[in-house]
Design a protein around this ligand. Structure first.
Ligand code: GLN
Length: 492
């Protein structure tokens, strides 16, 4: 296989080529950088490249292969890292002016694990500033374009990570998901995206947006790749007090199990109204496929979904307003010049350093937490969050996995929603509840719409049930045979 073709393939195919000595890890890494050089001027997936680190890692992989030593499953497979996750000695900007010149002083726990597994990090990927957004148009530096159609958004906030994988600029990626930021870009870019159970993956070294909702997870071309990458990053971490003190299983172990006896519930509130015809058809087709595969499919109602966006935007903004208080011009990054006193320095630094959406969230969150309003907004939202979780608990007494579209529509045109934050917020209607409930959820591509843009299906399982989730996703992927490599080939 020629190397240009190889960079569009899954990690298992690339691993085969490495072990067969058809290609070295150095050649594979260099081919990916060549692709970045060719396409990233158009796509805008990367904020910065980490070439020294990637080539050094590739070299270690090649030495191991030469010596015939055992190789970790994803060793030598090029990965894109979202630019809100620390990689020591390289910039971490969160796509914000306020962190423009910030260099990570330490490794995030997930990054440490990437290093232990000899995974070359190609670069740090663009995102909506501080992961706030659904289209990647909120980056302070540049927008990201969807590799399937460069007039469209890639989804956000992990849009750079998804675009990089779709465009052949990396084989896998890590993103973060607070309300859908892994699944939505995966859906818009025809990829697999997995938000693990809250606490499954350490958040140490991830720039916090809303700490009770944030989770790091994989964006990949195949379900198996997602399972392999989750194997790398999952596990207890004493540096994160919300990390689960439980050993992670091998997430690939049940992938190929048949679906006899598995119960799938399609979510009534998300599968009927408000969907485009193409998305609706794709959902119906997926349900039919599951029935053919021997699963039992029933309707499940989650009536509280209608409140989820409101609940999310109170809780997420409240936590964000608190988390972002640390960016004050003293400790990190940008500091305003021409200031009169300390207070003036805080005000000007934050006024100049944060973008509009981040300011909007800080104001909303500060309001929701202020005395006199706390009970009416924040406390109410927390109470509703519990009720949403109860709804899921009840649903999972009846079914193993829940099914819905990931988004009611496919990727939209760049610029078409920026003036209307509320309509932007609505793109997350299907994804947000998984973060509120802490459950694992993933996107898998199931087809394209009339204009050729990918359609994503969302599957959700009960807490810690990623193996079942991945199994159910794998079987559908096998049946659908979605071609994820189209944009990486047509772009060059
Ligand atoms: N789109 C949602 C928001 O803007 C979710 C973002 C995320 O998951 N990081 O908050």
């Amino acid at each position: 296989m020629d190397i240009q073709e190889l960079i569009t393939k899954s990690s298992s195919e690339q691993r085969k080529a490495l072990l067969n000595k058809d290609v070295t890890a150095k050649e594979l890494t260099e081919a990916v950088y060549k692709q970045v050089e060719t396409v990233d001027g158009t796509i805008g997936a990367y904020n910065s490249l980490t070439k020294d680190f990637a080539l050094e890692t590739a070299k270690k992989v090649d030495e191991k292969i030469l010596k015939g030593e055992e190789l970790p499953a994803l060793a030598g497979i090029p990965l894109a890292l979202k630019d809100n996750i620390n990689l020591k000695s390289y910039p971490t900007t969160a796509s914000s002016k306020i962190l423009e010149n910030f260099i990570s002083p330490y490794d995030a726990t997930v990054t440490k694990k990437l290093k232990e597994n000899l995974i070359p990090v190609i670069g740090k990927t663009n995102l909506d500033e501080f992961a706030m957004g659904s289209s990647n148009e909120n980056s302070a530096f540049k927008i990201v374009r969807n590799p399937w159609n460069i007039k469209k958004v890639p989804g956000g906030s992990s849009g750079g990570s998804a675009a990089a994988v779709a465009a052949g600029e990396a084989t896998t990626a890590l993103g973060s998901d607070t309300g859908g930021s892994i699944r939505l870009p995966a859906s818009y870019c025809g990829l697999v995206g997995l938000k693990p159970t809250y606490g499954r993956v350490s958040r140490y070294g991830l720039i916090a947006f809303a700490s009770s909702l944030d989770q790091i997870g994989p964006i990949t071309r195949t379900v198996e790749d997602a399972a392999l990458l989750l194997n790398v990053i999952a596990g207890h971490d004493e540096k994160d007090s919300t990390s689960l003190n439980q050993e992670a299983p091998d997430f690939t172990k049940d992938l190929r199990k048949d679906l006899k006896g598995v119960k799938i519930g399609f979510i009534k509130e998300l599968c009927n109204e408000g969907l485009t015809d193409d998305v609706k058809n794709a959902v119906e087709k997926s349900i039919a496929t599951y029935k053919n595969l021997g699963a039992e499919v029933v309707e499940i109602s989650l009536p509280l979904i209608k409140y989820s966006i409101a609940v999310y935007y109170v809780i997420a903004t409240a936590e964000a307003s608190s988390n972002l208080a640390r960016f004050d011009g003293v400790k990190y990054g940008y500091r305003a010049k021409d200031v009169n006193n300390l207070y003036d320095m805080y005000v000007k630094t934050r006024a100049q350093g944060f973008g509009d959406e981040v300011k909007r969230r800080i104001m909303l969150g500060t309001y929701a937490l202020s005395s006199g309003y706390y009970d009416a907004y924040y406390k109410k939202a927390q109470q509703l969050r519990r009720l949403v979780k109860n709804d899921f608990d009840k649903a999972f007494e009846k079914v193993d996995v829940l099914l819905s579209p990931t988004c009611p529509h496919t990727a939209f045109d760049i610029g078409s929603k920026v003036e209307d934050p509320l309509s932007m917020y609505l793109t997350d209607i299907a994804t947000i509840t998984a973060n509120l409930a802490g459950i694992p959820a993933m996107n898998i591509p199931v087809g394209t719409d009339k204009t050729g843009m990918p359609i994503g299906l969302q599957l959700q399982a009960n807490c810690l049930n990623e193996t079942k989730l991945l199994n159910v996703a794998f079987k559908l992927e096998e049946a659908v045979q979605f071609d994820y490599s189209i944009p990486s080939k047509t772009l060059v």
